[in-house]
Design a binder for this molecule. Structure first.
Ligand code: ZN
Length: 657
């Protein structure tokens, strides 16, 4: 591992806190050191208060911040004198400790200080860096872990036995550090947890971290436990989507919560899931306390969700009832599933959570396989894992909770997603917490959003091969389908029936009608498995109830589509799938309506552009967003008892009313 320190970059950061930001980001750039909010850093700075006194302040990473992207605002300023006094107490519960940290900051707007703040305070060095480096976690999760650490580092690090993060760990670190630190001590190794480095400057502290971790990596390499070799494997090529959706449905049935279920198709995950010893090596638990909360105690092997949930409840009963403890059982859904056919599947309340589990478990695989090469992986005890999983602070978060967005854990598919009403539907659904698969002929669909909850796929919905591939990919990404917005359509230039060629008629029918039949048929098995029932919204048109001359193909195609939806409502009601139609009119903020076209049409009717846009009963402009919001609401509880309905969204049209 190399130092990423760069003099030019560093020159952009002025003072101690600035450099603290810089080297924290350097640590954050290396995923084998810190992942998704893991690790923390600090700097001690003497400041003058408003009253003119000098005061020493610990700037420590705030919770909710990632080292990779941290800024000055991500560091919480806590009074050192109070932290050091707290470290003298005999005991302090975690909630009390958090209260003390929060009430002794010098900036009320700062984030909650890291629970490792007291630990940072008791180390008598200006800069302190802490990571859960893979190499250290690997070494210390083996039978001879402690001896190996002493062999590698001698007295240059102080070794701390495993203690759960919190006050007791901070106090024990203070005690052992005072007892064992030598003049040349540059770090501290926490067995089965991670490593600290420190120094008088940001650079020294950071580079010591790199040096210490490099020593561990070299040790692993010398012991032939660094390079991971797994046999080549073939990913599952058959269609999995309906079986995956069935698994997702089963998870929701067992846990009363829809979840995102993501199939990971990389070679390493797949080979690990098919490892001959997968049962023994995967069923010990995560490698560091930091990972326990995100990935849960144990992966599920195979697909028997009911059995997993039963065992999880038993594990809770076995460990929970300790005197004075009041614990709420977490949702018992697995977060990691290892299946010998499918490979690795990660599960989360949101697509982002499932992606975080994927990243963490990828490192867990490295740690386990390297530790195995070193003589055998040995994780924390079941009791330690339980204490971490049911940590008071996590339980407090659960109790505070609050309602997540209404479509959290659900999946929607939108056609014609790259522009206009489709693009607005993507935004409305993402905003309500859904994971969204966007399809469009335009490649632009891939770039609508960078968030994990969005997957944009270029796809011609009239091509059944492309559509099949897109449905498979979308389902492998999120595990199923709960909502379908049929929006893709074409609006050909006006033409009277007398001049309408067959070809034009057919191409409009192919896009506006036939493709939607295929979509409905192919998604029916998925929608049927939606935990809260499937929902379909068809974007029809005002032309259904009120057609216009010159739009025969368009009006007929949308009318036929509406009729198709009505039949689907009748056929699918017993599958708990609702299907409703929206009939928008005169939505002008879409790709086809350029300023010139608008001007020309307005002139044609002798109206100003403004009058033309609001030419309806309510004299209001109908925008893509208005249609999208209504489409999203139609998937929600307000319309839970409505199916087969047609709703205009047109500002009121005299011919429709
Ligand atoms: Zn830690």
């Amino acid at each position: 591992m190399n130092s990423l320190w760069n003099d030019q970059e560093a020159a952009e950061y002025q003072d101690d806190l600035g450099l603290r930001v810089y080297t924290s980001r350097l640590l954050g750039r290396e995923p084998s050191l810190v992942l998704h909010g893991g690790g923390n850093t600090s700097v001690k700075i003497t400041e003058r208060t408003l009253l003119g006194n000098e005061e020493e302040i610990l700037y420590v990473k705030g919770s909710g911040w990632d080292l990779e992207t941290i800024d000055v605002a991500g560091f919480a300023p806590v009074r050192m004198s109070h932290l050091l006094a707290l470290a003298q107490l005999d005991s302090l519960s975690d909630p009390q400790m958090v209260n003390e940290l929060k009430t002794h900051m010098t900036n009320a707007a700062a984030p909650t200080p890291s629970v490792e703040a007291i630990l940072h305070a008791v180390l008598p060095h200006k800069f302190v860096d802490h990571t859960h480096a893979d190499a250290l976690v690997t070494l210390t999760n083996t039978a001879e872990g402690e001896a190996r650490i002493r062999e590698i580092y001698g007295a240059s690090v102080v070794v701390i036995p495993y203690i759960m993060p919190g006050f007791d760990l901070a106090r024990e670190c203070a005690r052992l550090f005072a007892k064992h630190a030598a003049p040349h001590t540059v770090g501290m190794v926490l067995l089965q947890h991670g490593i600290f480095s420190f120094g008088p400057t940001a650079r020294e502290s950071y580079e010591r971290m790199i040096e210490l971790v490099t020593l561990a990596e070299e040790y692993l390499a010398q012991h032939k436990a660094w390079t991971i070799s797994l046999p080549p494997v073939e990913p599952p090529s058959q269609v999995l989507r309906n079986e995956l959706a069935a698994l997702r449905r089963e998870i929701a049935t067992q846990t009363q919560t829809p979840m995102i279920v993501a199939l990971q198709e990389d070679a390493k995950s797949l080979a690990f899931a098919r490892h001959v010893d997968v049962e023994r090596i995967s069923q010990q638990g995560p490698a560091t306390p930091d990972h326990v909360i995100r990935t849960k105690r144990l992966p599920m092997l195979g697909r028997n969700v009911a059995d997993y949930v039963r065992r999880y409840a038993r594990y809770f009963d076995e460990h929970a009832p300790h005197a004075g403890e009041e614990k709420t059982m977490l949702d018992p859904a697995p977060r990691v599933i290892l299946d010998s056919t499918w490979g690795l599947i990660t599960v989360g309340r949101t697509a982002k959570d499932a992606a975080i589990v994927r990243d963490i478990y990828s490192h867990t695989i490295d740690v386990i396989l390297r530790a195995e090469d070193l003589g055998g992986y040995r994780a924390l005890s079941a009791r330690d894992l339980f204490d971490m999983e049911y940590w008071d602070l996590e339980q407090a978060k659960l109790r505070k909770g609050g309602q997540p967005p209404q479509f959290t854990g659900e999946v929607a598919l939108v056609t014609g997603a790259a522009s206009g009403i489709g693009k607005a539907c993507v935004a409305s659904l993402l905003q309500r917490g859904a994971a969204v698969i966007g399809l469009d002929v335009s490649e632009e669909v891939a770039t609508l959003s960078k968030q994990a909850a969005y997957l944009g796929l270029a796809c011609d919905v009239t091509d059944t091969v492309q559509l099949d591939a897109a449905l498979e990919r979308g389902t492998r990404a999120y595990g199923g389908l709960d909502m379908l917005i049929l929006n893709a359509g074409m609006f050909p230039p006006g033409r009277r029936i007398a001049e309408l060629p067959d070809k034009e008629w057919q191409s409009v029918m192919t896009v506006n009608l036939d493709a939607n039949l295929t979509l409905l048929r192919e998604t029916h098995p998925l929608l049927k498995l939606a935990p809260r029932g499937g929902r379909v919204v068809v974007i029809g048109s005002k032309n259904v109830p009120a057609p216009g001359p010159g739009a025969a193909a368009y009006s007929a195609s949308k009318a036929a589509l509406t009729q198709l939806a009505r039949v689907a409502a009748l056929e699918w009601g017993s599958d708990n799938i609702r299907i409703n139609c929206l009939h928008p009119n005169a939505v002008f903020d879409t790709g086809i309506w350029t300023d010139e076209v608008l001007q020309a049409r307005a002139q044609h009717y002798g109206l100003s552009v403004e009058e033309y846009k609001t030419n309806n009963v309510l004299r209001t402009e109908v925008r893509s967003r208005d249609v999208a919001e209504l489409a999203a609401e139609m998937c929600g509880p307000l319309f839970a008892k409505t199916t087969g309905a047609q709703l205009p969204v047109d500002g009121g049209n005299e011919r429709v009313i």
